[in-house]
Structures are given as structure tokens and as C-alpha cells.
Design a protein around this ligand. Structure first.
Ligand SMILES: [Zn+2]
Length: 142
């Protein structure tokens, strides 16, 4: 099992909370989430084959492919694009931009103990820790 396979499997876990934002069709969201959940609960010994199938599922849509590419570029954390800090582009005259976007807040990785669902989230904003939709258990910080 290569590190690429591990990364693709991580994308499969991390994209699940965002599928309904990435895709317009609720039926396709449910189909894709179900397929990912099944693959991610398939057990370690099948991970190389699963990584290939996850890659195939996510390249079927432009927006999920974009998400996958963004996560795979965020080595080693593999965060969703919405949680990656980007450097602020400099102005042409090299002054820092005023009132610029400071970027997303820092988030921590929370994962289902069964290893099929990951959500990046900031723990101190008073919202409850997310639950795994497949196993209905509270995600744990990892
Ligand atoms: Zn789970």
C-alpha cells in the first residue's frame, strides 16, 4: 500500500461532510456517500483496491475531482480546501492589502473511530462535535 493510496483514502473520508455542498443532486450525494462509506468500511487489507475505486468515484464529477486535488496537494495534513490557509497575495506595489481576507480559522481533524469519516472543525465555537453519519458515534480528535 503506497502513501498515495493512503492519501486517496483520506480524501474519501474527508469529502463526506462536503458532498452535499459540492454536488447539486441529492440522490447523487446519497449514492456517492453510500459508496464511499462501503469502501471505507471494507477493511485494511483491501485498501489499495479501495483507493483506486475512491479515486474513480471522485473523478466522476468536476467538483469532487477539484476537492480531491486540493486535499492531495495539502501534504501532510490533507485538509479540505476550506480549511487550508493561503498566503495573502501581495499588491502590485508590494503593500499588504488592507482589510484582506485572513483566511479560514484553524481547525482540528476529527475522525470516526471506525475510520470512515473525517471532519475538520474548530472545537471552540460552541457547536457540538460532529457525529459519523454511518456509525452515529461522536468523532474523536486525531
Ligand atoms: Zn464511522
Amino acid at each position: 500500500m503506497s502513501s498515495d493510496d493512503v492519501s486517496v483514502v483520506e480524501v474519501g473520508r474527508a469529502i463526506r461532510p462536503y458532498l452535499s455542498r459540492l454536488l447539486d443532486d441529492p440522490e447523487e450525494v446519497a449514492r456517492l456517500d453510500g459508496a464511499l462509506s462501503q469502501l471505507l468500511n471494507g477493511g485494511q487489507e483491501r485498501m489499495t483496491a479501495d483507493a483506486r475505486l475512491i479515486h474513480e468515484l471522485l473523478t466522476a464529477h468536476e467538483d469532487t475531482q477539484w476537492f480531491m486535488e486540493q486535499v492531495l496537494a495539502d501534504i501532510p495534513l490533507l485538509r479540505p480546501p476550506y480549511h487550508q490557509r493561503r498566503s495573502t497575495p501581495r499588491q502590485p506595489d508590494d503593500r499588504p492589502s488592507l482589510g484582506g481576507d485572513l483566511g479560514p480559522v484553524e481547525a482540528d481533524r476529527f475522525a470516526c473511530p471506525h475510520g470512515d469519516y473525517v471532519d475538520w472543525y474548530r472545537p471552540d465555537v460552541g457547536t457540538p462535535v460532529p457525529r459519523c453519519p454511518t456509525h452515529d458515534v461522536t468523532l474523536v480528535r486525531s
